[in-house]
Design a protein around this ligand. Structure first.
Ligand SMILES: [Zn+2]
Length: 109
């Protein structure tokens, strides 16, 4: 399960930064085009955090909407899918400019 290994990475990054201090809250930024199942991360998080400095921490997920830029007309538009085509009918998919993020944004001790 992909989300389990992602959650393990998140917990290990946060636990490393915390250096033994208990963590109250972890903020993640997850883009809507990242392909990551946020519900699965939220499910795995307390299980993976168990027995680490992150145990009992609240998980706060900040979503980022997808955006893409058309290489034809240079317009930037909201993007719901990884492959989007601009209304100007340029055939090539737009370049993704936001929404693929998967980051540990901050943590509260
Ligand atoms: Zn266009």
């Amino acid at each position: 399960m992909h989300e389990l290994s992602i959650t393990r990475n998140i917990v290990s990054i946060v636990a490393g930064e915390a250096a033994g201090r208990p963590v109250k809250r972890v903020h993640l930024t997850i883009g809507r085009l990242s392909g990551v199942d946020v519900a699965a991360i939220a499910f795995c998080f307390p299980l993976v955090a168990e027995g680490t400095a992150v145990a009992g921490a609240e998980l706060v997920v900040h979503r980022v909407e997808g955006r893409g830029r058309c290489e034809g007309c240079r317009k930037e538009l909201p993007l719901d899918e990884l492959v989007g085509v601009c209304p100007c009918e340029r055939r090539e998919p737009m370049a993704i400019t936001a929404g693929e993020e998967l980051l540990v944004r901050s943590m509260e001790l």
